[in-house]
Design a protein around this ligand. Structure first.
Ligand code: ADP
Length: 161
């Protein structure tokens, strides 16, 4: 029974798309690049509990400029005066940002994750491709992680520790 589910889940990776499993941008916990790593921000990061936090430019959440890993905070003292700017940490670690398209199949995304650059990808949607009157443009609409893909294979929610 379990084995049959896993096999059909694995086969479905060829047809399911990122759009079906992604976490939408409005639901993503992110930080603005202007944030400082004071007690309040570090507590909020802890409380949210995510291991990766996208960082966006100013007031535009779709303009992702970096990625903070929760473990990057190991050497940051939230009681420092003045507090460490988030930008300092982002520029130091420079975690790679990878992008996938909303209509990419999960099996392509899994291959991308297997290359090991990152286990979180930013989801890009292209608008106006079929409209001859407007230039097509693209926008980040969310994130997808290795866990989202693995859940599709197992066809069950993975409950985080
Ligand atoms: P974590 O390691 O932080 O638990 P996972 O990669 O295991 O994250 O993903 C677990 C779920 O949480 C997935 O559905 C993923 O899309 C979502 N997720 C990951 N990071 C964030 C974030 N910063 N904000 C909101 N959702 C996130």
């Amino acid at each position: 029974e379990d084995e049959v589910n896993i096999i059909s889940g694995a086969l479905a990776l060829k047809t399911k798309t990122v759009g079906e499993v992604m976490t939408r941008l409005e639901d993503v916990f992110m930080l603005p690049e202007t944030a400082v790593l004071d007690f309040q921000t570090v507590s909020e990061i802890q409380r949210q509990g995510y291991s990766r936090i996208p960082v966006y430019r100013n007031n535009e959440r779709r303009d992702i400029i970096g990625l903070l890993h929760a473990k990057d905070l190991a050497f940051v003292d939230p009681d420092d005066v003045p507090p460490t700017p988030l930008k300092t940490i982002i520029d130091y670690y420079k975690h790679p940002l990878i992008h996938v398209f909303e209509d990419d199949t999960l099996n392509n995304v899994l291959n991308n994750f297997k290359q090991g650059k990152s286990h979180m990808a930013f989801v890009v949607k292209i608008y106006g491709e079929s409209d001859v009157d407007v230039d097509p443009y693209h926008e980040i609409t969310g994130i997808v992680t290795l866990e989202d893909v693995i859940e599709e294979i197992l066809q069950a929610e993975i409950v985080d520790e």
